[in-house]
Design a protein around this ligand. Structure first.
Ligand SMILES: Nc1ncnc2c1ncn2[C@@H]1O[C@H](COP(=O)(O)OP(=O)(O)OP(=O)(O)O)[C@@H](O)[C@H]1O
Ligand SMILES: [Mg+2]
Length: 447
């Protein structure tokens, strides 16, 4: 079996047999998920694995970080000697500091590291496909297309425009034999020129909304029903909510976003909050022991700490719980009172799409069940109904909800619905919020 390098793109240059191949790239705050699709051949799709060292779904997660050596400037998706990891690339790119050098020791910006990260991931994907799938595809000339997700929060226009530049610069860089940060920087400068050729036709490289991508699988399935839907994405850092109407116009899917909100109430921040609470308790406990130590009394042999007591946390007392409930309730009340009071969802149940890895935590399930009960009691709300999951990814996947965005993005862009933002819909109150602006970098990344 021939082994291909990641900068290569073809098995053959003979174009008597052609197939398009779409890269669906979900650039997540914690990890990226990648699905390739060959829509013209057997409707096949492939979830691209990152590592064989782990089992199940984890195998298919590309951590959103890059290893960097400050002397040699070498970079890699894998850890190597002397390298430090640079994390939170997506979060950094969505903050106003994205054009500043990352730290005193790293003169490159989050944008440059992101482009290098994307290029590395693209090389990994192509090397994997060309090497592993040569038996089924080597007679075809491949017509590559690249769909890159942009976040569903609402940002200043230049932030999301940057995602298009990242995609183009990343594709160009992935075609070079060697990926360097200097070239990432060069690509980011050149990508603004109209004559910049990233290696793909203009229509074949697109940035597409994560919301639209999340429900594309459903919208294309036999389960599809038009009408009002609620989407709740529990990401690593944020809880994103979008209420939208799914409908068709001239054969195309349209998602009219009626209301959306995004707050820093995601799964990893919840975990960090719990750690903070425990740390605070340990501090207090030690202070207490210290204050009560008496030099005249017999000195105890051991220091006794009741760790169970220190670590026992009632998660529903954490402020994130109340805030998450309030945020979801507020949107549903708005929909019911003002935005879509006549929707059949108020009699039949409101379809609720849950996505993101954090949805598996009991904490968020409890948030939603509490919202449902309180809404029923005080606002004549019927219930949530969870639409059937139309996506089957294979035996490695117990839960495909983390891969919904990548799945949607793997469709040719003309088949992914169009998002109509609230400002294009009359009488809709707009919420303008920058999803990541308020986030402080957490844990070991604090510099
Ligand atoms: N089964 C699980 N139980 C608990 N937590 C989980 C589970 N699966 C994933 N998570 C956590 O959920 C969080 C969200 O994962 P997800 O992959 O949806 O985020 P992301 O796409 O990287 O973030 P974003 O959408 O904000 O860019 C991560 O912190 C992840 O570790
Ligand atoms: Mg995500």
């Amino acid at each position: 079996m021939k082994t291909y390098a990641g900068y290569e793109t073809q098995f053959t240059n003979d174009d008597s047999q052609l197939t398009d191949i779409v890269v669906g790239f979900d650039f997540g705050a914690s990890c990226s998920k990648i699905i390739l699709r060959t829509p013209s051949i057997r409707e096949e799709f492939f979830v691209v694995p990152f590592s064989d060292k782990v089992e199940g779904e984890l195998k298919y997660l590309f951590p959103t970080k890059i290893y960097y050596h400050e002397d040699s400037l070498q970079i890699s998706l894998l850890k190597f000697d002397g390298a430090e990891s640079k994390e939170h690339l997506k979060l950094r790119c969505l903050r106003s500091s994205r054009d500043n050098p990352l730290s005193e020791r790293c003169k490159f910006t989050a944008k440059e590291l992101t482009v290098a990260y994307i290029a590395n991931v693209l090389q990994h994907i192509r090397a994997w496909f060309l090497t592993e799938h040569q038996n089924g595809y080597k007679q075809y000339k491949l017509y590559w297309r690249f769909n890159f997700g942009y976040p569903s929060g609402r940002f200043p226009k230049n932030y999301t425009a940057d995602f298009s530049f990242f995609a183009k610069a990343g594709w160009w860089l992935s075609l070079q034999k060697e990926i360097t940060l200097e070239n990432a920087s060069l690509a980011l400068r050149n990508v603004h020129n109209l004559d910049f050729n990233c290696g793909l036709e203009r229509d074949d490289i697109n940035i597409l909304s994560e919301i639209a991508a999340t429900i594309t699988g459903y919208a294309k399935s036999n389960y599809r029903k038009d009408g009002l839907k609620l989407l709740v994405d529990v990401g690593a850092s944020t809880l994103d909510i979008a209420a939208f109407e799914l409908h068709r116009k001239d054969g195309d899917d349209i998602y009219s976003v009626l209301e959306s909100d995004v707050q820093l109430l995601g799964a990893f921040l919840l975990y960090e909050r719990k750690l903070q609470i425990i740390l605070e308790r340990i501090r207090k406990h030690f202070n207490h022991i210290h204050l009560n130590a008496d030099i005249y009394k017999p000195v105890p042999e051991d220091i006794k700490i009741d760790w169970n007591k220190v670590c026992e946390i009632d998660p529903f007392n954490i402020d994130i719980f109340q805030k998450a409930k309030k945020m979801i309730k507020k949107i549903i009340i708005q929909l019911k009172r003002n935005l879509d009071p006549l929707s059949p969802a108020w009699h039949d149940g409101l379809p609720l799409f849950l996505s993101g890895g954090g949805k598996n935590l009991f904490f968020y399930k409890r948030v939603l069940s509490d919202v449902e009960v309180e809404m029923r009691y005080h606002h004549e709300f019927k219930k949530f109904v969870e639409p059937p999951n139309p996506i089957k990814l294979g035996k490695d996947f117990n839960d495909s909800s983390r891969f919904l965005v990548a799945f949607g993005l793997s469709y040719p862009p003309e088949e992914i619905g169009e998002i109509r933002e609230p400002d294009k819909i009359k009488k809709i109150k707009r919420l303008v919020r920058n999803k990541y602006e308020g986030i402080e970098m957490w844990g070991k990344e604090v510099e």
